[in-house]
Design a protein around this ligand. Sequence first.
Ligand SMILES: C[S@@+](CC[C@H](N)C(=O)[O-])C[C@H]1O[C@@H](n2cnc3c(N)ncnc32)[C@H](O)[C@@H]1O
Length: 252
Amino acid sequence: MLNKNKRDMQDISTRVWNNYYKSQQPGDSSGNEYPCEGLVRFISNLRKNRNKFDYFNDAGIEAKIRSNFKGKALEIGFGNLTNLRMVKKKGFNCSGLEVSENSVKRSKQFIKNKKIKNIRTKLWKPSKIPYKNDTFDLVYGMQCIYYNLDFEFFLEEVNRVLKKNGNFIFSFFSDRHDYTTKYSEVVDRKKNLIRWSGKHPNKRIRYAILYQPKSKSHLRSLFKKFRKVKISTYEHDDIPVFQSWWYISGIK
Ligand SMILES: C[S@@+](CC[C@H](N)C(=O)[O-])C[C@H]1O[C@@H](n2cnc3c(N)ncnc32)[C@H](O)[C@@H]1O
């Protein structure tokens, strides 16, 4: 659990993000219009075999393996509802947690206005996950879960709420991302805490504090309790900052 110092730091990040959503154009659906590409690829490939020959061996079942999912999914740090709507469309019964009051308010408005079923959202104070053991078939969090500063406790919580054989996917900044190489400063080296510096190009997220794994192998070691863990790197330079992500997935 968080000590006082870490709790204060956690609150700083929560405040930064709540102010971020408050600064957005009013309405129930501002923010990203489309789901996170890494998540789209992951869900689309969920029923594909990892063996390279079997991967392409889906003649006659192409549509079937990409939809008709059953079970419960949890998105942590959903931001707005684009990811959850995509996951719901695949067939999952969805829940979402957010630390930002403003974002939760917008999501509830959107769900009500569009009469959406099978998506529930909740305000969340990290890091205890407010669900019973073995609840979810899928737990994911894109571009966000490193804001849980007591990261090892957070992962225990993910493990607890996932069902056996349940899937997870999370993303992290790699050690090549411009954000980490150019616009971060160390807060506590031993605890792997950094923050976005006063030069961060996205002014609205400056000084948010996050947990940054030292390396890809450090990231892997954090997930040692899980099975079939895979880390893939996704990089692109089509926007003014170089993006480099580690996507980590696996099962309980
Ligand atoms: C870059 S946005 C990503 C939003 C969404 N996951 C997506 O893929 O579009 C970062 C999100 O992290 C959320 N966040 C802040 N603190 C968090 C925490 N401790 N755990 C999970 N998410 C957190 C923010 O409120 C914000 O919605």
